[in-house]
Design a protein around this ligand. Structure first.
Ligand code: SF4
Length: 243
């Protein structure tokens, strides 16, 4: 059963409180959607700095993404290593690019700017190796600037603990539940900011194993779903099926 926050009562309030801690988060540079999709796929389940370094090396090795269609995965893997599952990603990337070209006749995702949001998400998540997180990042972070929340592992975990996403659900369910709760008038920048604020919060305060609830700007309202205390009274995080 989903538990609603008493206070802050909505994601706008969560954003305001976290912004007071971490400062405003704004986009400084938006990549084209194909580049953003490749960045998201290469960087999944990988620390940001490792993912960015791998993406930059990949871009240098393949300045024209279309040439990835002809690339041998054995060429790609050492370029993106040490991202998580580098061999799998190296195998899937040429397939991903080929499928986009097959479906669209060109390597261009700008058409997604005008598609209804649900259809744009569905189109992207039907691509091989593209999940909800990569699809949302491609739509929100790129020049498409679509109003959609990117739910990564940190956003998912914080959403669960706040009672805003069902405990133990998968990332797609968390995405859907959180999207239902975002104000309908939010633009892409607000979704972008909420993502990065929740992520910063999840990386520094509401961490996976050791949430610092005593330091948390949301503690008076948070039901701390899945978080408890051990025999010494220390805050501990209980593992959840989704966590
Ligand atoms: S009160 Fe604790 S569990 Fe809740 S958001 Fe803050 S750090 Fe996370």
């Amino acid at each position: 059963m989903q538990i609603r926050l008493a206070l802050p009562s909505d994601l706008a309030a969560v954003r305001d409180r976290l912004r007071a801690v971490f400062g405003p988060q704004r986009t400084e540079h938006r990549m084209d959607p194909v580049s953003q999709l490749i960045k998201a796929v290469v960087g999944s389940r990988t620390y940001d700095e490792v993912a960015w370094a791998a993406f930059i090396r990949l871009r240098a090795a393949f300045p024209n993404w279309a040439t990835l269609t002809l690339a041998d995965p054995a060429q790609i893997e050492p370029v993106i290593d040490p991202v998580t599952h580098a061999a799998d990603k190296a195998r899937r990337l040429p397939i991903l690019i080929r499928v986009i070209i097959l479906k669209r006749g060109e390597l261009d995702l700008d058409f997604l700017k005008d598609e209804p949001l649900d259809e744009a998400m569905e189109w992207l998540t039907r691509l091989p190796g593209v999940g909800v997180k990569a699809a949302a990042a491609s739509l929100n972070f790129s020049t498409l600037a679509r109003p959609v929340l990117t739910v990564d592992t940190h956003v998912h975990r914080v959403g669960e603990r706040l009672g805003l996403a069902a405990r133990g659900g998968d990332q797609k369910q968390a995405y859907q539940t959180l999207m239902e709760q975002t104000p309908t008038d939010w633009d892409a920048e607000r979704f972008f900011e909420l993502h990065w604020l929740l992520k910063a919060h999840g990386q520094s305060i509401c961490t996976h194993f050791d949430p610092a609830c005593g330091l948390c700007a949301l503690r008076d309202a948070c039901p701390r779903v899945g978080v408890g205390r051990d025999q010494e009274g220390e805050v501990v995080a209980f593992r959840t099926p989704g966590g």
